[in-house]
Design a protein around this ligand. Structure first.
Ligand code: ZN
Length: 334
């Protein structure tokens, strides 16, 4: 994924003065929250408009994930090593995911992507859990890891690993239970990462393909919400308010976070990020990207061999996971 927004690290590289740096951070926060020096105003301004909406006041609590099991999955995924498209480790990971979905309704969207580094097999994996309500909620996250870093010891514990694992834990929560709500489709996306350098044509290989396919077969019209998770395992969890996403759905995520008492980990910053939701956003599907792009101070661990399991916590997986499930339950009740 990519953002055009200046990260704290980017600002620090240019601006040497500490006072200027803190000024820049204040400006970012001021976009949504008002001046940092007036905390009373911050609280008021940060609350989404529909927070106390009567339509969602008596939503049933959603199931909570087993976070220790989720982080065990991350460890197992990371143990495969680097998992870029076209690699043996990628194939092993595909088999690992599908093996854990035994008995579930699993489909894939497999094709060959033509990239600047050659042709690669790409495979989106979809597990479907039917509900009683007409409509689909998609929960997505990518499982491929960064291609250019494939020979550096890079394992993508947070970027790739955390979401692969979280989706597997969601499957455990959904399996074998009758859903009194929308159908939930878990989507392990592939080829999210650029093979050379991020551009409209070198990125999002899997979701660009799937969004087109679902547009043609009418699936996109049935999707009530597309919830994307990316880099949500950072022990210091700061989920951004992402501005390519659909505002009402972002509000709903915040409502879910608030219900669970996790709101201090959400929306400190507001910024646009290009991620797997974009092909669906462009086709009018309501989307929310839950992403923490502050991975280490100034995002210093992102796309580096330092993206390792010791930077993650089961608590962060629990918070992001439970907020996503709670958002699904709020959507069910609307
Ligand atoms: Zn990445």
């Amino acid at each position: 994924m990519r953002t055009a927004f200046p990260t704290v690290r980017g600002i620090a590289a240019v601006v040497m003065g500490v006072s200027l740096l803190s000024g820049a951070i204040s400006c970012q926060r001021a976009k949504t929250e008002g001046p940092v020096s007036e905390p009373a105003q911050v609280t008021q301004a940060a609350a989404p408009e529909n927070e106390s909406s009567p339509a969602t006041a008596d939503v049933r609590p959603a199931p909570t994930i087993n976070a220790s099991r989720a982080i065990e999955y991350v460890k197992e995924v990371v143990a495969f090593g680097s998992r870029p498209i076209g690699s043996r480790n990628h194939t092993r990971l595909e088999q690992y995911i599908v093996a854990r979905l035994k008995g579930d309704q699993v489909e894939d969207d497999a094709f060959v992507a033509d990239t600047v580094e050659g042709k690669f097999p790409v495979r989106n994996i979809i597990a479907k859990y039917p509900g009683t309500k007409d409509g689909i909620i998609v929960i997505a996250g990518h499982y491929d890891t960064n291609y250019p870093l494939r020979n550096t010891g890079y394992v993508g514990a947070n970027d790739g690993g955390s979401t692969t694992a979280l989706l597997l834990e969601f499957a455990n929560q959904l399996r074998g239970k009758k859903r009194d709500g929308y159908s939930v489709w878990l989507l392990w996306t592939d080829g999210e990462e650029a093979v050379r350098s991020w551009s409209d044509t070198d990125s999002l290989y899997g979701t660009r393909h799937l969004a087109e396919r679902w547009q043609k077969d009418g699936t996109n019209k049935k999707i009530k919400a597309f919830l994307l998770a990316d880099m949500i395992g950072d022990a210091d969890l700061n989920i951004e308010r992402e501005t390519n996403s659909t505002p009402w759905l972002e509000d709903l995520v915040y409502q879910a976070a608030t219900k669970l008492g996790y709101q201090s980990h959400f929306y400190a910053r507001t910024l646009p990020i290009e991620d797997d939701h974009l092909p669906f956003v462009k086709l009018g599907v309501p989307c929310a990207d839950l992403i923490d792009l502050d991975y280490g101070y100034g995002n210093v661990f992102h796309h580096t061999p330092q993206d390792t399991i010791d930077k993650l916590s089961s608590k962060s997986l629990e918070m992001s996971g439970n907020v996503i499930l709670q958002t699904v339950w709020i959507l069910d009740a609307r």
